[in-house]
Unconditional design. Structure first.
Length: 170
């Protein structure tokens, strides 16, 4: 059963002088958020064996903090489409790049992470209502599926967990 760990990047700062949105780094609170979410993932044994990460600076920095907390470096790809598709859901990218991973971590942007979670989970899922309204920075949705990534269909995932940094305490 494939498992998607869908993570929004942690809180980012302003664009660097002369830089672009793509170059925005995490701010100090964002670095803390990412490390805490990585610690939560490690504690719950939510361990990806493959990663898809937007190549934007803030997503790469989020991933680095999470993987440091996990103490492992799974196979990782940085498809530009994860940045370019910020206004769409990521389902097509998951079908194309999921491969044979049992557990796939996708680190992406808003609103695409929220739209993906909504598109892939069943409408009656009780946790889905929380995601409908918000998917804050460094939040993580865990979605389980039957089948393989190439056959991923809307509405067939089960939202196993949803964690926000605010849920983790200090």
């Amino acid at each position: 059963m494939p498992r998607l760990l869908l993570l929004r990047h942690a809180r980012a700062g302003a664009k660097p002088p002369g830089g672009s949105d793509f170059d925005r780094p995490l701010d100090p609170a964002g670095r803390h958020e990412a490390a805490r979410m990585g610690g939560e993932m490690a504690a719950r044994r939510w361990l990806p064996d493959r990663v898809l990460c937007s190549p934007a600076r803030r997503t790469r920095e989020t991933l680095d903090a999470v993987l440091q907390a996990l103490g492992r470096r799974p196979d990782t790809d940085f498809p530009l489409d994860l940045y370019d598709a910020m206004e769409d859901d990521y389902a097509a990218l998951l079908r194309a790049h999921g491969g044979t991973a049992d557990s796939l971590l996708l680190v992406g942007h808003s609103p695409a992470v929220r739209l993906t979670a909504l598109a892939l989970t069943a409408p009656g899922d009780p946790l889905r209502a929380i995601i409908h309204d918000t998917f804050p920075t460094a939040a993580l949705a865990i979605i389980d599926f039957d089948g393989v990534w190439a056959d991923l269909r809307p509405g067939h995932g089960r939202l196993a967990a949803f964690r926000r940094p605010a849920d983790l305490g200090d």
